[in-house]
Write a protein that binds this ligand. Structure first.
Ligand code: ZN
Ligand code: ZN
Length: 305
């Protein structure tokens, strides 16, 4: 493919973002997929080259192509535009395209293109903010619904619980079977963090409706993964180890699978206290069949008596 000339590039950009070329825009966006239409092919090739993508057909929507072009024209200060900036966003873009990209169209057309690019960036920013706040508000809603607790292990996401975990850590008394501690982050409460979980996973056709969502702590969510079983080979590898020597991923798997198999309930009292797991026969193997679910209240009592 011949390298596209600067002239073609500018023509292309002004066709995509310029406001007075509706007809040409239609040629690009409606016809670039059709082999029969010469102009469509022309645009397809030049667009591919300009945007660094080889197969434009079906790959990007019109909006995405426009965003790619807008990003191409924008300096970092315009992309991450701060409201306190003395210059307008489109003026930053204009400065960049005239000084750095040697834009050679008349000033009026350049203004139009830069304003359009600015508009596109703003629109994408707003959309991104909105989708983020949708996630946040959904998490808030689900947290309330779940009583600020993990739907699997009932750990509370309260300040008190987090502080309790911190002091367990400081006193060297972390529960090795239920390890919230993350060595890499050196954070004893790293896995004690609420996440949205798809009850029936997306990968097995779970949907995005709120009824298919719940809150799990990061530990349970990691342990759940795709809901599959621990392979027998993996169980064999773990069976003779003490819990401290099992890597964090397998500990989380063991924890989740054990609680899942016992319907998330303390085998001793059957209440919905926060649960953990322990071996049934203390000097037996570390396998699911030798693990039970027990709540912290029952665990404390069994220590006292
Ligand atoms: Zn949990
Ligand atoms: Zn209990």
């Amino acid at each position: 493919m011949k390298k596209i000339t600067r002239e073609t590039e500018i023509h292309l950009i002004s066709t995509i973002l310029g406001s007075e070329s509706k007809q040409h825009q239609d040629d690009i966006f409606n016809n670039y997929g059709s082999e029969k239409i010469q102009i469509g092919n022309f645009y397809r090739n030049t667009l591919s080259e300009l945007l660094g993508i080889t197969k434009l057909r079906n790959e990007l929507t019109e909006e995405e192509i426009k965003l790619k072009v807008a990003l191409h024209l924008s300096p970092p200060a315009a992309i991450d535009y701060k409201s306190g900036n003395k210059k307008k966003q489109w003026q930053l873009i204009k400065e960049y395209v005239t000084k750095q990209l040697d834009f050679e169209v008349n000033s009026e057309e350049t203004d139009k293109i830069c304003k359009e690019a600015s508009k596109i960036l703003q629109k994408w920013n707003t959309n991104r903010r909105n989708s983020k706040s949708t996630y946040e508000s959904q998490r808030e809603y689900l947290l309330k619904k779940c009583g600020n607790k993990c739907s699997n292990c009932n750990v509370s996401f309260s300040h008190e619980r987090i502080e309790e975990e911190m002091s367990k850590y400081e006193n060297g008394k972390l529960d090795e079977y239920k390890s919230f501690y993350n060595e890499k982050q050196e954070d004893p409460t790293y896995y004690l963090y609420p996440e949205i979980d798809h009850i029936s996973p997306i990968s097995s056709y779970g949907d995005e409706k709120p009824e298919n969502k719940e809150i799990l702590c990061k530990l349970c969510n990691r342990g759940k993964t795709d809901g599959s079983q621990l392979s027998i080979r993996r169980e064999f590898d773990i069976a003779n180890k003490s819990i401290q020597d099992v890597d964090i991923y397998d500990r989380h798997r063991l924890f989740y699978l054990c609680t899942y198999l016992h319907n998330k309930k303390c085998t001793n009292c059957g209440t919905s206290n926060e649960i953990t797991i322990r071996k049934v026969v203390e000097n037996g193997p570390l396998v699911l069949t030798n693990l039970k679910v027990i709540c912290y209240t029952c665990l404390d009592q069994s220590r006292v008596y």
